[in-house]
Design a protein around this ligand. Structure first.
Ligand SMILES: Nc1ncnc2c1ncn2[C@@H]1O[C@H](COP(=O)(O)OP(=O)(O)OP(=O)(O)O)[C@@H](O)[C@H]1O
Length: 660
């Protein structure tokens, strides 16, 4: 992991153990079979043809243990679809075939709306091709989801033209209604409802395939599902791995219960309210019984996951969550499995998501300072993910949650793509301030196969570390600029860290229509540059209140993404710097896109962020602090309590819980 190079003696220490990458070696119970391996045109990538077959079992609908509340039971899907009460905001597309299979921008009829009729309901038997620079074929995983179900309800605030979710954990009749009601795991007389209505609808398609795999923790859990204990298996993300989070009492609370009972399971939690649902599970606000600690618990029905070929997605999400340790990414406190459910216990974000928050802004767009704040935090999260070799692929306001302190948390990793990456320190020796524009000076070694590698002598290339300084003309400003230039000369020789997984290639068609990068739509194969495209769309949407290529329908949107030039509306007024950044990001050819080679480093140096102190970003005042989270819970209690930001008040048969 450590290496030296010439005069420099830098060590790059990625924040996760390399084992999280290296563990990908075999698929869950051998259901994926490597049938062919060839090399790509350049000879640098592996092309893997994998044949996958998963035994398909119909979802079970039998009664569950009393601790597992009714709300968690799966409705029986009809014709393979389950239009349910998903309150999801986001439409995620994933097609087995590429919608625009040619470069002309002409939408292929047959590829749009691929659904279960075509391939769902049958064991997956498709060959998937994933290209990667990694020499170990099965270290790369490409996970995609399911089928279009446009029949699901749309509601206010839902992105138009979204494929709809078929969420098996929800009651099919709810269809987006968001009425609070109450669920407890301790009492069996609960009721429940979809909690959050702000979401778009999410698509799912069972006709997905994937390559790669790994030790399947979910499968490990499944194999132990004959254990009658409710918590048949659990994994504990120890705070020992995250010592800086030691002051977080939730670690201790979980640990104490595990010490006391020997395990942690669903019956240790009260599920208070459904916060939302996605394609592979529902998320509940949960309270750890006997404590005052709240969590967001994602509950996934394992049978339904298996029957809909989503086990791998769930596993991907869990493995990624386990590897994360970043202020703008979720903390996974623990994971456990019951006989039926797989549960992820995460940090709870009471502030909703940026999609909802944007709708509440005057004009439904954010002022520039607020947009800068949010995208800057997202940028750091993406930078970290890329450093871990994770291409996020699903950036959109719906997936950016707001913490109680107003800072953000990027969520939802089940569409992410994992690959090997070579974080590399590159020494700056180029005094050309505009070199970043020319995309020169990078050196990210595609041949590097280790996620943890240090500087390599051959990587010491000239790069641009130059912040951009603009002359304003006045003497005062000139003096200021002189000072800045001195700083620049001091820092120009500093190395910069590049951790962009530039050479990964996936052929999956995955994402959200309005956010899909052209190369995904055209089926050309895509890599980490898709995150920079979506970052541009994201910034555009925050600033203008809409996405740039949205058409009258999904096909028109895809056509526009590929063929229409970028345009900015006349209002609201947005700075030149912001528009310049968006222009750089929304370049249709990925290789000419800003950040294509040097990743977040390039974006951070853009003048849009000139006023930002990246090192102190967590000290910045958020544009908005979320209002207290309101929750009514029917319990018989008479005393008030106020603990750690949570106020519990008796209210008749209810308690009002306010989060501050
Ligand atoms: N940590 C959290 N705190 C608060 N709310 C959350 C949290 N995680 C998720 N949610 C809410 O639950 C909803 C569903 O989340 P989930 O990640 O399952 O859905 P998703 O984003 O569609 O993912 P998937 O791709 O798995 O379908 C989100 O839209 C969000 O509103």
């Amino acid at each position: 992991m450590a290496a030296t190079s010439g005069k420099l003696n830098w060590v790059v220490i990625p924040p996760v153990p390399s084992s999280s990458f290296l563990s990908l070696s075999a698929n869950c119970n051998g259901s994926s079979e490597l049938v062919k391996e060839t090399s790509d045109l350049e000879g640098t990538a592996s092309v893997i043809h994998v044949k996958k077959s998963i035994s398909q079992k119909p979802p079970r609908f039998a009664s569950e243990p009393t601790q597992e509340v009714d709300s968690l039971k799966s409705p029986k899907p009809e014709n393979g679809h389950s239009c349910d009460g998903c309150s999801k905001k986001s439409g995620v597309v994933s097609y087995q075939k590429h919608a625009l299979a040619n470069n002309t921008g002409v939408v292929s009829e047959s590829s749009l709306g691929d659904s279960q009729e075509k391939c769902g309901g049958h064991p997956i038997d498709d060959a998937s091709v994933v290209q990667s620079s990694t020499p170990w074929p099965l270290k790369l995983a490409d996970f995609v989801l399911g089928d279009l179900d446009d029949s699901c309800c749309e509601k206010e605030g839902v992105r138009q033209g979204k494929p709809s979710a078929s969420n098996f954990l929800n009651n099919g009749s709810q269809c987006g209604e968001a009425k609070d009601s109450f669920v407890t795991a301790e009492a069996s007389d609960e009721t429940e409802s979809a909690a959050k209505s702000s979401g778009s609808i999410k698509v799912s398609s069972p006709c997905r395939y994937y390559v790669g795999s790994g030790k399947s923790s979910i499968c490990r859990g499944s194999t132990s599902s004959d254990v009658s204990d409710e918590s048949s298996s659990s994994s504990f993300s120890s705070v020992a791995n995250k010592p800086h989070k030691g002051s977080d009492s939730r670690w201790d609370a979980i640990k104490a219960i595990r010490l006391r009972d020997g395990f942690l399971g669903l019956n240790h939690f009260r599920l208070l309210k459904r916060l939302g649902c996605g394609d592979i599970g529902s998320v509940y606000l949960s309270k750890l019984s006997g404590t005052r600690d709240y969590f967001a618990m994602k509950v996934m029905d394992k049978e339904a996951l298996a029957s809909r070929k989503k086990l791998q997605r769930a596993q991907t999400e869990r493995e990624i969550l386990q590897s994360l340790d970043h202020p703008f990414l979720p903390t996974l406190y623990t994971h456990f499995e019951t006989e039926r459910f797989s549960c992820l216990v995460m940090e709870f974000c009471p502030g909703g998501d940026l999609h909802v928050l944007r709708q509440k802004q005057p004009g439904k767009y954010f002022p520039e300072y607020a947009a800068r704040f949010y995208v800057a935090e997202v940028l750091l999260a993406l930078e970290y993910l890329h450093m871990l070799g994770i291409v996020y692929r699903d950036l959109k306001p719906e997936n950016v949650l707001v913490r109680d302190d107003g800072h953000i948390m990027l969520s939802d990793f089940d569409l992410s793509l994992r690959c090997a990456v070579c974080p590399t320190l590159v020494r700056s020796a180029n005094t050309d301030k505009d070199s970043s524009k020319k995309n020169l000076g990078y050196c990210v070694q595609p041949s590097c196969t280790e996620p943890t590698c240090a500087i390599q002598p051959s990587c010491i290339q000239p790069t641009c570390f130059a912040p951009r300084f603009f002359s304003s003309g006045s003497k005062k400003e000139e003096k200021k600029n002189r000072l800045k230039n001195e700083v620049y000369h001091q820092v120009k020789l500093l190395p910069e860290l590049i951790a962009e997984p530039t050479s990964v290639r996936s052929m999956s068609f995955v994402g959200t229509h309005e956010y899909l990068a052209p190369e995904i739509i055209k089926g050309e194969g895509h890599g980490s540059a898709v995150d920079w495209w979506t970052f541009g769309i994201f910034l555009y949407e925050l600033l203008f209140g809409k996405t740039p290529f949205k058409g009258s329908g999904n096909r028109a949107t895809l056509f526009n993404v590929v063929g229409q030039p970028l345009r900015f509306p006349e209002s609201p007024t947005v700075s030149f710097a912001a528009r310049d950044l968006i222009r750089g990001l929304l370049v249709k050819e990925p290789q000419h896109r800003l950040a294509y080679r040097r990743g977040a480093t390039e974006v951070k140096q853009h003048s849009f962020f000139q006023s930002l102190n990246w090192a102190l970003i967590r000290c910045n005042s958020p544009p908005e602090i979320p209002k207290p989270f309101q929750l009514n819970i029917p319990v018989a209690a008479s005393a008030s309590e106020k603990v750690a930001g949570v106020v519990v008040k008796p209210s008749g048969n209810y308690l009002d819980i306010d989060f501050f």
